[in-house]
Ligand binder design. Structure first.
Ligand code: HEC
Length: 146
């Protein structure tokens, strides 16, 4: 929403420049056009690069917390707690296999998540809620997917 407003503001600036510039010489026109489009491009790049890679925490809240809860403690007898969970503490590869294959009521995330996102969310659950584990790389996830 805020981003959309910014975007509109810059678009407006762009038009404004064009309007004013018509009365000036060509050199200024090109310079002003360059300035306003550079601003636009910078903004768009910032927006896109921000949304490109999500943090493990954001991914967890988006994909896992509805069942395992934000605090990772799950719901007794329904969704297992990931806090202090043997499998989770055990190895990143085991968690990756659960995400890739799915398990019981839990859906597979193979199609829904890139290897980068999987690595980020696994590293998050293995190092949150009191857990501590070595990091897993997206390359290892990639090889497990095959
Ligand atoms: C729709 C609910 C649901 C969602 C969403 C979900 N899970 Fe699960 N998860 C489960 C259930 C139910 C189990 C237990 C499955 C079984 O053992 O039959 C489970 C098991 C697990 C296990 C194995 C733990 C154990 O003790 O068996 C891990 C690790 C895990 N989930 C991580 C995640 C992560 C990370 C995400 C998000 C990317 C996620 N889950 C999303 C429901 C869910």
């Amino acid at each position: 929403m805020v981003i959309a407003l910014f975007y509109k503001y810059f678009l407006f600036l762009n038009l404004f420049y064009l309007d004013v510039i018509v009365r000036k010489n060509e050199g200024t026109l090109i310079l002003n056009l360059l300035t306003s489009s550079t601003l636009l491009l910078t903004l768009m790049f910032a927006v896109f690069s921000e949304s490109a890679e999500k943090t493990g925490e954001a991914l967890f809240i988006e994909n896992c917390a509805e069942c395992h809860q934000r605090n990772g403690k799950g719901i007794v007898n329904v969704y297992p707690s990931l806090a202090g969970n043997e499998l989770v503490i055990g190895s990143g590869a085991d968690v990756a296999l659960v995400l890739i294959i799915g398990r019981g009521e839990m859906p597979s995330f193979n199609a829904a998540m890139t290897s980068t996102d999987m690595a980020n969310v696994i590293n998050y659950v293995r190092n949150s809620f009191g857990n501590k584990g070595e990091l897993i790389s997206e390359e290892v996830i990639e090889s497990l997917k095959q």
